[in-house]
Ligand binder design. Structure first.
Ligand SMILES: [Zn+2]
Length: 244
């Protein structure tokens, strides 16, 4: 991998929640986002987490181990002005909550996601104040795209129209796949999975899961990070430590 490509990948856990299961017990879910630092000095954020002011929905357990995105950035010596690019996986409110902190960055989104949201799909209305801030500059991509050397955007509709996952090629860790909400939990990384209530289209969800399973084979991916898997994230290397 070139010296100019990705050198560091940070995982920023923003909070954990123990979600009660209908069958009893709980499932740990994380809300988080990611930062890539390149050899050419770019700081590329992927998603931006819940809005800090967002109240916890009725009946939901409290968030634990809360850290704001700003505090994660500060820990590694960055301010919002240092972020050059924001990759948007999709526009659900738990992924766009602080987009408006980065008006000088370029935002990268799949055309389908931006169109569906701009056309007023009710699902994306709650985050509109953040992703739809008129100060934000969007660059639209269409389907699988090499954003730059070592950063691949993988179109993975199904959870949301025009959802994208990200493959990051690192010097030591090798290719790392950020599935984000295409596969939220490790146990869903199978093609016979069922859609959850928040998923848009089960058929596309399964096709995207197959696509990511194939990509893991083809690229020799050693680490797949699942978007909301609290149990997995507790075992991963998180900021201020990083994958290099
Ligand atoms: Zn999500």
């Amino acid at each position: 991998m070139s010296d100019h490509g990705p050198q560091r990948l940070y995982l920023f856990p923003l909070s954990y929640t123990d979600v009660p299961l209908p069958t009893g017990g709980t499932m740990s879910m994380v809300n988080g986002c990611y930062l890539i630092v390149t050899g050419s000095g770019q700081h590329i954020l992927i998603d931006s987490g819940w809005p800090p002011e967002q109240p916890i929905p009725a009946g939901m357990p409290p968030r634990q181990q809360e850290h704001s995105l700003l505090s994660h950035l500060a820990t590694i010596g960055l301010t919002p002005g240092g972020i050059t690019t924001v990759i948007c996986s999709h526009f659900d409110i738990d992924h766009v909550g602080t987009h408006d902190l980065f008006p000088h960055a370029e935002f990268i989104v799949q055309r389908k996601q931006l169109e569906v949201a701009n056309n007023g799909h009710p699902r994306f209305a709650s985050g509109n104040a953040h992703w739809g801030n008129p100060a934000l500059r969007y660059r639209v991509v269409e389907g699988d795209t090499v954003l730059m050397l070592g950063i691949h955007l993988i179109e993975t509709s199904g959870h949301a129209p025009g959802h994208q996952s990200v493959l990051v090629e690192l010097p030591q860790a090798g290719p790392v796949l950020l599935a984000i909400d295409a596969v939220m939990m490790e146990r869903q990384f199978t093609t016979d999975r069922r859609a959850w209530s928040m998923d848009d289209n089960e058929e596309q969800l399964r096709a995207s899961t197959q696509k990511l399973l194939d990509l893991v084979e083809r690229h020799g991916v050693r680490l797949v990070v699942f978007g909301h898997d609290g149990a997995q994230w507790q075992q991963l290397t998180t900021a201020p430590a990083y994958y290099g």
